[in-house]
Design a protein around this ligand. Structure first.
Ligand SMILES: Nc1ncnc2c1ncn2[C@@H]1O[C@H](COP(=O)(O)OP(=O)(O)O)[C@@H](O)[C@H]1O
Ligand SMILES: [Mg+2]
Length: 315
């Protein structure tokens, strides 16, 4: 099975390089090229095998959503010159991730189940079940650790520690809610519920910009709307479109990202299953058939598209 595990380019005019868990980032003057590779991470750990077409799915869903929100929140993107590449402004990232949740799922549910009734300083009502809709969407930020795990943090702590200034933080909160409303609308048009997601922001020329990817299966959780209420009533699991099934598979096989734990073996069948789920999300989300780009000369293709477009202006 072919997949892009990593890239090792040296571009003319390149000023730096950063290998993220999933994306390879090439810096140039005031901009950067983000290459979505096929790496997959869960519990902040990069898994040993790459997932065919995952990078393309991620980059294309992100691109679509960044375009579909650009009228309400300014974002970093200048162009998407390749199925796996986005080019845009290099912003100074805020050291928080803005997580927003409309439903009690994933990490929030695991905390609630363990008895917590406050998450990141936000009070949660009694009597909720897993996947219930919250009275209103809540913002539960995390720190953006340069290594290891991101941790929950409250608005109060972010301000007290001066991680973000109060003025900027109010902007981040406002943008986060606006984006989540738009994301919810976009999902609804496709018969999906946007359960929760996270946004990252940065500054460029003194202005706050939305950065990174948005509303992708890596950064978001979706349920199918059809049958949601019935399943909740019967206490059945929801039909999910997200990376949660990968986390579930890891948990079932004894891995929760804790020190000393071993990532279970990923067989071809597991890798293919994950790839199919990402493609399914793409097709449901866009309403279009996914076009698998060939892996023949994929690195040359990416390199050329970056070279041809890195210094062109907004299009
Ligand atoms: N416009 C931007 N300016 C600066 N940094 C960005 C921008 N867009 C994305 N990033 C950063 O690029 C990285 C993308 O790669 P990713 O695989 O998500 O890495 P990580 O492991 O750090 O989450 C992230 O660290 C993200 O914050
Ligand atoms: Mg990231």
């Amino acid at each position: 099975m072919e997949a892009i595990k990593e890239t090792n380019f040296t571009f003319a005019g390149q000023t730096g390089f950063y290998r993220g868990k999933v994306r390879d980032v090439y810096f140039f003057e005031d901009r950067l090229a983000l290459i979505a590779t096929d790496r997959i991470s869960a519990f902040d750990v990069v898994l040993p095998r790459a997932i065919p077409y995952k990078g393309q799915v991620l980059n294309q869903i992100a691109s679509l959503n960044l375009k579909a929100t650009a009228d309400v929140v300014p974002n970093w993107v200048l162009s998407t010159p390749d199925p796996n590449v986005t080019i845009g402004y290099h912003c100074e990232p805020f050291k928080v991730e803005m997580v927003i949740r409309g439903y009690l799922a994933g990490h929030a549910w695991r905390e609630y189940k363990a008895g917590k009734r406050t998450l990141c300083g936000v009070a949660l009502p009694e009597g909720l079940k897993e996947n219930d809709k919250l009275p209103e969407p809540i913002i539960t930020p995390t720190t953006k650790a340069s290594e290891g795990h991101d941790e929950d943090i409250s608005r109060e702590e972010i301000l007290a520690k001066g991680i973000v200034s109060e003025q900027d933080y109010l902007t981040l909160e406002r943008y986060t809610r606006t984006l989540f409303d738009r994301g919810t609308e976009l999902a609804k048009q496709r018969g999906l519920i946007l359960v929760d997601t996270k946004y990252e922001f940065g500054k460029y020329n003194g202005q706050v910009y939305l950065i990174d990817e948005i509303h992708t299966p890596d950064s978001s959780r979706y349920f199918y709307s059809e049958g949601y209420a019935e399943r909740q009533q019967k206490g059945e699991p929801q039909r999910q479109l997200s990376k949660e099934f990968v986390r579930q598979w890891l948990i079932e096989n004894g891995f929760q990202g804790k020190d000393g734990q071993q990532v279970p073996e990923m067989t071809d069948a597991v890798v293919e299953g994950i790839s199919e789920r990402y493609i399914e999300l793409y097709e449901v989300f866009t309403g279009e058939k996914f076009r698998k780009e060939t892996y023949n000369s994929v690195l040359e293709r990416i390199e050329k598209h970056i070279n041809d477009n890195i210094f062109t202006t907004k299009n």
